[in-house]
Design a protein around this ligand. Sequence first.
Ligand code: MLT
Length: 406
Amino acid sequence: MLKVNENYLKLPGSYLFSAIGKKVSAYGAAHPEKRIIRLGIGDVTQPLVPAVTEALHGAVEEMGKAETFRGYAPDLGYEFLRRAIAEGDYKALGCDIAEDEIFVSDGAKCDSGNIQEIFALDNRVAVCDPVYPVYVDSNVMAGRAGTYDSKREVWSNILYMPCTEDNGFVPELPREVPDLIYLCFPNNPTGSAVTRAQLQEWVDYANKVGAVILYDAAYEAYISESDVPHSIYECEGARTCAIELRSFSKNAGFTGLRLGFTVVPKELERGGTALHSLWARRHGTKYNGAPYIVQRAGEAVYSKAGREQLKEQIDYYKKNAAYILHGLREAGYKVYGGVNSPYVWLKTPKGMSSWEFFDCLLENVNVVGTPGSGFGPSGEGYFRLTAFGSYENTVEAVDRMKVLSL
Ligand code: MLT
């Protein structure tokens, strides 16, 4: 008789952002007169920049003519895009990443969920706590997480590395040695960042113990401080211990277009096997590439016009982050992040739990954020707001939150 993958049955509740979406829809249906401001999921609101839409139009025209039509994309992605990435994202930082170490995909969410497939099930996984839920849930689905302790809200085989006010929301090296380490900086959800020296410690540690770091740099475009690295390959030795995941969602507004990439250096080997060849095999077998028109749009992100236009777009969201950070701080909230990141992380007032504060904001001022506990046990008592709304909505949301007496 057919059996389902029982690992899926172990997952508690639904995906965090689906659960929030349902709650907000129910509230909206019951109170149609209220204007709800959504600063929950980190979804962009500003339109694609002209350099990108022009590239899309051009590529659509090409697809409509026999002489320029394209079918399946090459396994790793089109060379024109991988070249633009290698030069624009790596060479420009002095990082030695070759075009054929870049695997183009339809986004970092898929890559961060899929990458665990190339590792054995008995590997020990370490995650920050709080953490982007995809890292944990994809390991649960694979059967690597063990059993769930619903009281403590932790999995028996996952090593949680608490990120708290005390450590500036940057984890300490784990007490037990992990095999796979998920790191995301600038961090989702806390908005914290690591300095180059701090990240170098992680790279040295991983090389020493033989672990692999899965480094999610989806938010690097929001870095403002010069000692914060944009890529893990700015650290010496990262080529032998780190895989980097990147996204076009937050730096170019592609959440609805879908484009990302993963970098697997050729030197990265474990047990005599190059991880590059495993990921290439996985990519070639299970994936047929991001659409040609989207890859052309991605290339335009690196053009002179694209860079200038996107700098303006990122500055727009950064202004929102600053408004949230300073506005809430002045109002008496304890707030973090928001400087190198589009996320602001705040302590819930009056000792409210994260979900109590979620309900309080939704019901009293019609503002939606994300409860910190949805990202892990150390997120309890915290709340995340995103800077990806419009400026007007951001200002109104903060002003509405100011009137809640703390
Ligand atoms: C978030 O809100 O954490 C992100 O938008 C989720 C994602 O990028 O998949």
